[in-house]
Design a protein around this ligand. Structure first.
Ligand SMILES: Nc1ncnc2c1ncn2[C@@H]1O[C@H](COP(=O)(O)OP(=O)(O)OP(=O)(O)O)[C@@H](O)[C@H]1O
Ligand SMILES: [Mg+2]
Length: 349
């Protein structure tokens, strides 16, 4: 995890040498005229050279936002986005500068697979497209594109248009295109989302092969269990928070396989079953360290005391100060004249 203080001082000397991208306490708030959405709430994570990281989480949990921020495509509302290619936080750099550096540093496979390839270009032209920004000659670029198409098993389809390719083939071309500038990282947002199991498996095996042979690091967002055996580690995003890490995954019940890692702010997500199993009156705890274990010790809270008083008081007789009627029960208004018997706000917490 990166050290935000050092980042602020632009001194990255104590950062791990193999750190490629590091997020420290990243927030993203989307604002529209009607609504404000907090998509990320203080996420910190590190992607290291040569690793394959899986990212899982329910729809709307902030996965695509995370990818776009790591790719420098959108700016965080707060927090630090470190790129080793710059040796510093990129969140204050201009979009132009980020685009130039991104081209050599990060390859991207988008969640919407149609966005990855231009329909009017052939397969090989699509693969060459992002490489044109660099200084390579056309023949060099073409040679590289053919090599990559061979690697993904689609050299023979180089002159086809994307529309005649299967979904699996399109994603393999997208992978080749993402590799044209020899990036250190590929950020892949649900690359297998539109594929059946067999095509998904082929793509993941290809990613594995490229990772092992070219050393490219991958961050793969997924809704599918299929990615797990191909990833070195899998993190879980939930409600914009890094909820934990998984070694084996029960997709239907992520609570059961989550390894909790307290984040920079000490936040942890408890399994719902555990919380459900608590005594109804136990709603607050003190966290204490006992023999190397964090123990949550229930405490009698002012909240629970108040609610007890609330219940007891409501059984008491209350005489209306206006009409003198004796009221028994829960009502805060006199049953006879409707006057206020007790302030409702007194019981709020
Ligand atoms: N450009 C935007 N403007 C406003 N709100 C946005 C924008 N992009 C995302 N959001 C909101 O931010 C939250 C996180 O969205 P995000 O796309 O990152 O989720 P996700 O985990 O990728 O979901 P999915 O699995 O469905 O792709 C959602 O509530 C979404 O509606
Ligand atoms: Mg998404």
């Amino acid at each position: 995890m990166i050290n935000s203080q050092n980042m602020d001082n632009s001194d990255d000397s104590d950062l791990p040498e193999d750190l490629l991208v590091g997020l420290a306490n990243v927030y993203k708030i989307y604002r529209t005229s009607e609504i404000e959405t907090v998509a990320l709430r203080g996420v910190s994570l590190s992607l290291f050279e040569g690793e394959i990281m899986g990212v899982i989480g329910p729809s709307g949990s902030g996965k695509t936002t995370l990818v776009n921020i790591m790719a420098g495509l959108i700016k965080p509302t707060a927090g630090i986005v470190y790129w080793s290619a710059v040796g510093a936080d990129i969140s204050r750099l201009s979009d132009n500068l980020i685009t130039q550096i991104r081209n050599q540093f990060v390859g991207i496979i988008c969640q919407i697979s149609e966005s990855n390839l231009l329909p009017q270009l052939s397969v090989i032209e699509n693969v060459m497209l992002q490489g044109r920004i660099g200084s390579r000659s056309s023949s060099e670029l073409k040679k590289k594109a053919l090599e990559l198409l061979e690697r993904v098993g689609l050299k023979s389809r180089r002159n086809s248009r994307p529309m005649v390719l299967s979904m699996g083939e399109k994603q393999r071309v997208a992978l080749a295109a993402a590799l044209i500038n020899d990036p250190k990282i590929i950020l892949a947002d649900e690359p297998t989302g539109s594929l059946d199991y067999k095509n998904g498996e082929e793509l993941l095996e290809l990613i594995h092969e490229i990772n092992e042979n070219l050393g490219t690091a991958f961050l793969i967002v997924t809704h599918s269990q299929q990615v797990v055996p191909h990833a070195h580690r899998v993190i879980e995003i939930r409600d914009g928070i890094k909820a934990g890490q998984h070694e084996e995954i029960e997709l239907d019940n992520l609570d059961s396989s989550r390894i909790i890692i307290p984040d920079d702010q000490g936040r942890i997500l408890l399994p719902r079953e555990l919380v459900k199993g608590l005594d109804a009156n136990t709603s607050q705890f003190k966290a204490i360290l006992k023999e190397g274990k964090i123990v949550l010790e229930p405490i009698v809270t002012s909240l629970s005391r108040k609610s007890i008083i609330f219940q007891r008081n409501h059984q008491e007789e209350v005489v209306c100060t206006i009409c003198k009627t004796v009221n028994i029960g829960k009502s805060i208004l006199c049953s006879n004249c409707g006057s206020l018997l007790r302030k409702a706000g007194r019981w709020s917490t």
